[in-house]
Design a protein around this ligand. Structure first.
Ligand code: DX5
Ligand code: ZN
Length: 229
């Protein structure tokens, strides 16, 4: 897998204007990772969300480039969105590009002035996104917004799947939207379920991430359809 292959693959953030749903493989059964990735895409997932935790920026470890590459080999046509919950995301841009990533997201709390980082992500043929933790104000990413393709609100404190949705983060949407260009996508991650998705959709979110509400459901297609509303 080279960066140019990632660039050639269809990027849903640039091509689709409808609401997108991204299953997060953090809640997949890792003993059957390939099968789970295929099932989530066959069930209507628009991309796969890959949660990378470094045990420092967040209090947990999750997956590295090898696992991302395995997901890519299992479903080469799936667009891979890599969420770097890392203190030093710059260290992981090239390894994840080689592992098949199409989009890299980093936290504004880790990289408040990300111009150089975004340039490196783009040079490898990927798009870039900035993420805000629940307690971080929208104003923290005013410098980053003009540089990126996506902005993502964390609606849980990152580190684990299956946590309770923090609805108050939706109050940041108007301020973020006002700073975003029309083509930029606004995402939400954490505690998104058929019960909480309607509030996200009503607030104007474009992309819903979901781990436990998809991979914990008996029928992935029904779960994704319920998230879409
Ligand atoms: C949280 C991760 C999320 C997580 C969401 O640290 O960034 O992407 O997988 O899990 P759910 O959807 O179960 O809250
Ligand atoms: Zn995530």
């Amino acid at each position: 897998m080279t960066a140019s292959v990632a660039a050639a693959r269809r990027n849903p953030y640039l091509t689709d204007r409808r609401l997108l749903v991204e299953p997060s493989i953090l809640s997949a059964d890792f003993t059957r990772l390939g099968e789970e990735c295929r099932a989530a895409m066959d069930a209507g997932g628009d991309a796969l969300h890959v949660d990378v935790m470094d045990g420092h920026f967040v209090p947990n470890l999750s997956m590295g480039p090898a696992l991302c590459e395995a997901a890519h080999r299992a479903v080469p046509g799936a667009f891979l969105d890599v969420h770097l919950m890392c203190t030093d995301p710059g260290k992981w841009v090239e390894p994840f590009a080689k592992a098949g990533a199409g989009h890299i997201q980093f936290h504004v709390e880790a990289v408040p002035r990300p111009a150089a980082l975004v340039e490196r992500i783009r040079a490898l043929g990927m798009t870039a996104g900035v993420v805000l933790n629940p307690d971080t104000p929208a104003s923290a990413c005013v410098d980053a917004i003009p540089l990126v393709d996506t902005v993502m609100l964390m609606s849980v404190h990152p580190g684990y799947s299956g946590q309770r949705f923090i609805e108050g983060v939706l109050r940041k949407v108007p301020e973020l939207r006002a700073a975003m260009r029309p083509g930029q996508r606004l995402m939400i991650d954490g505690g998104v379920s058929p019960e909480t998705a309607p509030a996200c959709r009503a607030a104007g979110i474009d992309v819903l991430m979901s781990a436990s509400a998809v991979f914990g459901a008996p029928d992935y297609a029904a779960a994704i359809a319920a998230l879409r509303g």
